[in-house]
Ligand binder design. Structure first.
Ligand SMILES: NC(=O)c1ccc[n+]([C@@H]2O[C@H](COP(=O)([O-])OP(=O)(O)OC[C@H]3O[C@@H](n4cnc5c(N)ncnc54)[C@H](OP(=O)(O)O)[C@@H]3O)[C@@H](O)[C@H]2O)c1
Length: 300
């Protein structure tokens, strides 16, 4: 599996596995361990979490599986996020849905993530969403402390626009290493508004969340889903791909910005198809055909 250099001392697998939906899969600890080992055998070593996934349960489900075989920890990279506060029966003290990027909240959130994931360190911590109340000095103090204590190796952001990235970066003594953004043939906003260009300009490999538009392309009945599905099926036939998800992954992988798709399926065969898509080649015409099908019109 191709590796992407995220920082001097950290690389990720080009295909990342996302654990947002882990609690929905109803896997036993052993099933989850089997999935982790399957991914590692395919070269997928990078696992994406957030404190809030599964209403604060997914990190723990992963950690319980990892505890069965702790030696796997040094074969993987763990990404997690903080900054969103959700009301949840697992967090009765949370009264409302809001963002909190205070130093105190970040430090507390990381302690809980380390405990739940059954690990001593997180490879990459992301601020989950831009916080309109963010004090970059507090975020910076938290990041510096976490790095000095060896609890977090590197830091990044998610869903940030350029000005939000610049504000935080200007207060940090080290570089943010990625922006995890929504990117798919269905969701073009970050292709169109300069967010992806900014990553390219600074040589920052972006992580792509919901690379299959959360599954919408398979069964969505809106015009865009129907149109895109039809085009993806035509190109699947032309390329001999096994399924349209492979075309969607290939469409992201071929972009020159070194996008790392985060696979959201819990099914081994679907994860394998994502890995196979690294071998798939779309022509330049096909790439634009998909873009134009998503836009609903030709490029100007
Ligand atoms: N930073 C952020 O704000 C943010 C936001 C959202 C997500 N994320 C990250 O991105 C990861 C991926 O997001 P995602 O789960 O939305 O990814 P996705 O791959 O776009 O969507 C996954 C969904 O599509 C379904 N699916 C996949 N292949 C299918 C097929 N051939 N036919 C029908 N359905 C199919 C999956 O069902 P099965 O499980 O049944 O295969 C699953 O429900 C998450 O796990 C999380 O780590 C980050």
């Amino acid at each position: 599996m191709e590796r992407v250099q995220i920082a001097e001392d950290l690389s990720f697998s080009r295909i990342v596995h996302g654990l947002w939906r882990l609690n929905e899969w109803e896997y036993s600890k052993e099933d989850t361990l089997s999935l982790i080992e399957h991914n590692l055998s395919q070269g997928i070593t990078t696992f994406d979490h957030a404190d809030i996934y599964g209403s604060y349960t997914c990190e723990g489900l992963f950690g319980n599986a990892l505890e069965l075989k702790p030696s796997l920890r040094n074969q993987m990279e763990i990404v997690t996020k903080c900054g969103i506060v959700l009301p949840s029966e697992n967090r009765p003290e949370h009264r409302s849905h809001h963002y909190n990027t205070s130093k105190e909240h970040i430090l507390k959130s990381v302690e809980t993530s380390l405990h739940n994931l059954k690990t001593d360190y997180i490879d990459l911590l992301l601020i989950h969403r831009p916080d309109p109340f963010m004090d970059p000095k507090q975020v910076s103090e938290a990041f510096i402390e976490l790095k000095q204590e060896g609890k977090v190796r590197h830091f990044g952001v998610s869903n940030f626009k350029d000005h939000q990235w610049d504000l935080l970066q200007s207060h940090l003594p080290f570089s943010l290493v990625t922006n995890q953004i929504e990117l798919s043939a269905y969701h073009l906003e970050n292709f169109e508004d300069g967010t992806l260009n900014r990553c390219q300009q600074h040589g920052i490999p972006p992580m792509a969340w919901s690379p299959l538009a959360g599954g919408k392309v398979f069964n969505g009945e809106d015009d865009k889903s129907v149109r895109l599905r039809d085009t993806l099926h035509q190109i699947k036939e032309q390329t001999g791909a096994r399924s349209i998800d492979q075309i969607m992954y290939a469409w992201l992988l071929q972009h020159p910005s070194k996008i790392m798709p985060i696979v959201g399926s819990g099914k081994k065969e679907r994860i394998d198809r994502a890995v196979e898509s690294l071998e798939l080649s779309l022509s330049h015409d096909q790439w634009f055909e998909i873009l134009q099908s998503s836009m609903g019109h030709d490029v100007p």
